[in-house]
Design a protein around this ligand. Structure first.
Ligand code: COA
Length: 185
């Protein structure tokens, strides 16, 4: 898969090894890593390089993702899809200096459009640790609904954390996209 997505402020593109230093700089921050399941803390350059080396250009849509470049800045985050027990899951992180500007809402919206347009999947799973109000707000704005709670290991915290499980159906995505288009006309 060699796809690049454009949004008003962002380019979503495939990762390259040169991204390692910015990924390591931004993920070596407990405020970011502590909200993610699978990111260790501290997070080293070697962790970023190891993750980048797992990248394959031919992975299917549900197991791939995008680095997020802010125009004039470079890499500021990642949004990606992976397989889990509940199916395909979307996850994302944004470097702390860039929070609260609507950037992840923009990146998630573009990624969801690409995912549902590229696949025939009826649903997409996600969720947040129970304290992550900003991420839950992003998901709800995109049409995700809460479907339950579970417990997830947070590598950075070294403990299980209560997790709010969410789901977006293709039908909800389509309705949401239609409503967004009508409100911007
Ligand atoms: C969560 C995260 C992706 C948010 O990125 P962002 O670009 O700042 O998010 P946005 O600005 O697009 O949207 C955040 C929304 O949350 C809302 N929000 C922020 N803090 C909030 C809070 N404490 N309570 C309720 N809502 C909150 C904002 O108002 C905004 O909603 P709005 O657009 O309706 O006003 C970013 O903080 C991050 O990467 N955190 C660490 C990693 C992480 O949590 N990843 C997600 C794991 S599930």
């Amino acid at each position: 898969m060699d796809v690049t997505l454009r949004t008003p402020r962002l380019t979503l593109r495939q990762p390259v090894l040169d991204d390692a230093s910015r990924i390591a700089r931004f993920l070596d921050n407990f405020a970011v890593a502590g909200n993610l399941s699978r990111v260790p803390y501290p997070y080293r350059l070697a962790d970023a390089k190891a993750w980048l080396r797992t990248w394959r250009p031919d992975t299917p849509a549900g197991e791939t993702g995008f680095m997020i470049d802010l125009d004039g800045e470079g890499v500021i985050g990642n949004v990606g899809f992976h397989r889990d027990i509940e199916g395909t899951v979307i996850g994302y992180w944004l470097a702390q200096p860039f929070w609260n500007r609507g950037l992840m809402s923009e990146a998630v919206r573009a990624s969801l459009d690409w995912y549902f347009e590229t696949t025939a999947a009826p649903t997409l799973a996600s969720g947040v640790f129970h304290f992550n109000k900003a991420s839950l707000a992003i998901q709800k704005k995109a049409g995700f609904v809460e479907i339950g709670t579970s417990s997830r290991l947070c590598l950075a915290r070294g403990e299980e954390v209560r997790h709010i499980d969410t789901e977006l159906t293709r039908t909800a995505w389509m309705a949401h996209r239609q409503a967004t288009r009508e409100s911007t006309r």
